[in-house]
Design a binder for this molecule. Structure first.
Ligand code: NAP
Length: 386
């Protein structure tokens, strides 16, 4: 029996993780759940899984939550913006699944590892922002960081039992999102509704927009760099519209290994929860004879997020944090109808161009400063008359 804390239990990954737990009650016990604002869904989850610890970020939602929990005994409620981090650090558990969205995931990622727990990481932004700090915390114990992102889970599976020196390169696949084949001019007119209609995956709004701009793939390149300690020149991206092959590894003898499955996040989630075992998921088999597999290059002219991600990844220091923060603000700006889709990456690019990295040492303090500065600059650019 493994004990588990789920941060972001009310989100897309969080609810699917609870689905996996529900199917395997003899394998996992939920000892902590956290949400941002959705107290109604959280109450239902608490009633079902009876965790001793709960965290909720929003103070108003917390008072509603407390009222509704009146009849349930033995649940400690942590409240406020740092509640998820407190839960990750202080509650007793074997594993923490970080399924928060955005930079809010950094504190809990570091707290989980500092507390000696195993981190199942869906929140890619925390690795993009604080990759160096994360690597320091898992030195000599790489098995304490297990990827949940489908491409990285695919790489972990394709690399099982292989020798590092045999890896030539890895290839992350992407479906291309809803705007595959669109030109820059067409992209500038894309509506919020169109951008939220991902052809393959059902996900939270931020990652869905990141998938429409391909910023998500850019973040994944940086994520792969830290997770598998690869040079950026060894990390490639290819468009695979069917979303059946999640990533490939090419070895120095020219062989390739790929992970192939239906696009369903319960698979990589169960993979992380049960690692190194596998569990039944209820996910069907790929209909082989009816499947077509095609691959095409990324249109880097129309989707400039990929080149930007390689650039900030190579620069390191606080540059990836700045790109990620500016992107978060610009994604919100797009969702609120303030800017067109194509401005998201332009704004992230402009903020990165203006950034002066503070020093050669990355610390939580200078990451937080860079994050705050990038958010402010991105917001100013969004509001500035054009
Ligand atoms: N969804 C996918 O299929 C998928 C696939 C691969 C990787 N990922 C990665 O997994 C992460 C989560 O994605 P998602 O799609 O599950 O997002 P989501 O559906 O938007 O869920 C985000 C979760 O985080 C909580 N949250 C948001 N802001 C918070 C804050 N400031 N403090 C505390 N809690 C907060 C939300 O709570 P409330 O809803 O209660 O406010 C919710 O539980 C992202 O980093 C994403 O890139 C997702």
């Amino acid at each position: 029996m493994r004990t588990l804390i789920i941060l972001g239990s009310t989100g897309s990954i969080g609810t699917q993780a609870l689905d996996v737990v529900r199917r395997n009650p003899d394998r996992f016990r939920v000892v902590g759940l956290s949400a941002g604002t959705n107290h109604e869904l959280l109450v239902g989850q608490i009633r079902e899984f009876l965790p001793p610890h709960v965290a909720i970020a929003d103070e108003e939602a917390a008072s509603d939550l407390r009222e509704r929990l009146a009849g349930i005994r033995g649940v400690e409620v942590h409240v406020g913006p740092n509640a998820a981090e407190t839960l990750a650090r202080d509650a007793e558990a074997d594993m923490v699944l970080n399924a928060l969205v955005g930079a809010a995931g950094l504190g809990p990622t570091l707290a989980t590892l500092q507390a000696g727990k195993t981190l199942l990481l869906a929140n890619k932004e925390s690795l993009v922002i604080g990759g160096e700090l994360v690597l320091d915390l898992i030195k000599g114990e790489p098995e304490r960081l297990i990827p949940v992102d489908s491409e990285h889970a695919a790489l972990a599976q394709s690399l099982r039992g292989e020798r590092r020196e045999d890896i030539k390169r890895v290839i992350l696949t992407g479906s291309g999102g809803p705007f595959r084949g669109w030109t820059g001019t067409e992209l500038a007119k894309a509506s919020v509704k169109e951008a939220l209609a991902h052809p393959v995956w059902q996900m939270g709004p931020k990652i869905t927009i990141d998938s429409a701009t391909l910023m998500n793939k850019g973040l994944e390149v940086i994520e792969a760099h830290y997770l598998f300690r690869l040079d950026y020149s060894q990390i490639h991206v290819v468009i695979h519209p069917q979303g059946l092959i999640h990533a490939l590894v090419e070895f120095r003898d020219g062989s390739m290994q790929a992970q192939f499955s239906l696009p369903d996040m319960r698979l990589p989630i169960q993979h992380a929860l049960a690692w190194p075992e596998r569990l039944p998921t209820g996910v069907g088999s790929v209909p082989l004879v009816d499947s077509t597999l095609t691959f095409e290059p990324v249109d880097r002219e129309a989707f400039q997020a990929i080149d930007l991600a390689y650039r900030v990844g190579e620069l390191g220091l606080t540059f990836p944090a700045v790109m990620s923060a500016a992107n978060e603000v610009a994604v919100m700006g797009f969702l609120e109808g303030k800017i067109p889709l194509t401005r998201i990456v332009e704004i992230a690019q402009a903020v990165v161009d203006e950034h002066q990295a503070p020093s050669s040492v990355v610390s939580v303090v200078n990451l937080e400063r860079a994050d705050a500065w990038a958010r402010k600059r991105a917001a100013e650019i969004i509001e500035a008359p054009r």
